[in-house]
Design a protein around this ligand. Structure first.
Ligand SMILES: Cc1cc2nc3c(=O)[nH]c(=O)nc-3n(C[C@H](O)[C@H](O)[C@H](O)COP(=O)(O)OP(=O)(O)OC[C@H]3O[C@@H](n4cnc5c(N)ncnc54)[C@H](O)[C@@H]3O)c2cc1C
Length: 410
């Protein structure tokens, strides 16, 4: 088995570790203040600025200091096996809107990269969800049929470019690979300037919703018409924070990276036991392969080291990765109906918006959420808003599920 590096450190973070933007040290006024310098916050800031709003992004550490800086890099509307399930549970209309929102997000990311000339190793490639278990094949066929019916670029495949046998796969063509950190830095550069701001090292410690909103850090205050909380774990006023703990729960994921014996095309994930997320980073000469997985409810079961060992073994046995150069982990949030939360925080919110719970698919879901909140703020109709609305979930209905997830699994 290849040795693991001593320290956990995300490969993407090598693009930016030092602050590039100032700390908020005065009182300023903008149209919209955005808390969080990840893909959700910076995409919302970008879209609002394009629509003529002045914005301020407040990031408590550095740009990409959160989960976006520790992601894998698949920008896709294919979120493991999801569409047949959404279709059955929520109906055709909602399943279609979810797919449309994420497919539009993939297109938007590509468009922003082209328009703003952001060098972030963007590459169009196919994404696959595969199984090595013959008994599962019928579910994969059903997933492909449902995704096609919903208008997504899906097909069922028997042969895919992986170096081991699979029994079947659902392919989504025309999806994206990204260097998340370089993308965020590109977004931040376009957001900052001409009456809009990006601040790093600016931890928000107070939020006040109202006709005039206020967001406070230890050194300064931003007054605005709107607040967007894009902190992944919602940093909200106390009551809302309690309610959101019941609406969503964290899961941890782990990644190891190293050079494979042979270059690989495509991006892959499997719901099978002991199969993982596979992501060959877009690169010109030698390739880096990311193997991710080991997801669990945060704090439960196997130790971190054992999870990394399993991933490193898998990388070695299946792809000839002899040396693990990086390993890292982070958590993402999931709601009990599997759809993210994007919109007004609660029914009586005046101008306080939130985006969270991306189910480990926040590169597309975070971008789609930014599009929804942009439309809500600018008064534009958005068909996906109802599906993502946080108001659809009732904390009281989630309590039994929280109990099952957090208590019974101990
Ligand atoms: C290991 C792993 C792999 C993943 N792989 C993929 C993938 O391949 N494709 C995909 O689509 N999704 C993937 N995801 C999920 C995706 O990365 C996340 O959903 C997404 O990055 C969340 O983006 P965000 O902007 O909402 O949050 P973040 O990137 O976490 O940004 C929130 C920011 O808010 C800041 N913040 C927090 N509190 C405050 C405060 N009080 N004041 C100021 N700032 C604050 C944080 O420092 C942080 O920078 C993965 C997740 C994990 C954990």
């Amino acid at each position: 088995m290849p040795d693991l590096p001593k320290q956990e450190y995300s490969l993407w973070k090598e693009a930016h570790v030092q602050p590039m933007y100032p700390r908020l040290e005065e009182n300023i006024v903008v149209d919209t203040v955005i808390i969080g310098g990840g893909i959700t916050g910076l995409s919302a800031a970008y879209l609002l600025k394009k629509s003529g709003h002045s914005v301020a992004v407040l990031e408590k550490s550095t740009i990409g200091g959160g989960t976006t800086g520790r992601t894998t890099g698949k920008v896709t509307s294919q979120h493991n096996l999801i569409y047949a399930d959404l279709y059955t549970r929520l109906g055709e209309k909602k399943a279609r809107l979810y797919g449309m929102a994420n497919q539009a997000a993939v297109t938007l990311v590509g468009k922003i990269i082209a328009d703003e000339k952001i060098a972030c190793d963007w590459e169009i490639d196919d994404n696959f969800v595969y199984t090595a278990d013959q008994k599962q094949v019928r579910y994969f066929k059903k997933e492909a049929e449902t995704a096609v019916r919903l208008g997504l670029p899906a097909s069922f495949e028997k042969n895919i470019p992986l170096p081991f046998e699979v029994k079947g796969a659902v392919k989504f063509s025309g999806q994206g690979k990204i260097h998340s950190q370089k993308y965020l830095l590109g977004l931040a550069k376009t957001v900052d300037g001409n009456g809009s701001y990006v601040f790093e090292n600016s931890n928000v410690i107070g939020i006040k919703d109202g006709r005039i909103c206020r967001v406070r850090t230890s050194k300064g205050t931003v007054r605005s018409k709107n607040i967007i909380v894009a902190t992944n774990v919602p940093t909200l006023p106390l009551m809302a924070r309690g309610a959101y703990c019941i609406l969503e729960y964290p899961t941890e994921s782990y990644i190891v990276a190293g050079t494979p014996a042979k270059k690989l095309k495509g991006m892959y994930i499997s719901p099978d036991k002991n199969h993982y997320s596979i992501f060959p980073k877009a690169e010109d000469s030698k390739q880096t392969l990311l193997i991710g997985g080991g997801g669990n409810i945060s704090g439960l079961r196997l130790s971190k080291d054992k999870r990394y060992d399993k991933l490193a073994n898998y990388a070695f046995e299946n792809f000839g990765v002899k040396k693990i150069t990086h390993r890292w982990s982070d958590r993402d949030y999931i709601t009990y109906d599997g759809i993210p939360l994007a919109g007004k925080v609660y029914p009586w919110s005046k101008n306080l918006y939130v985006a969270s719970a991306f189910r480990k698919w926040g590169l597309s879901n975070g971008t789609a959420s930014a599009m929804i909140i942009h439309d809500l703020i600018t008064g534009k109709k958005n068909a996906w808003a109802e599906v993502y609305s946080p108001i659809r979930l009732k904390p009281i209905q989630s309590i039994p599920r929280v109990f099952a997830q957090k208590v019974l699994r101990f």
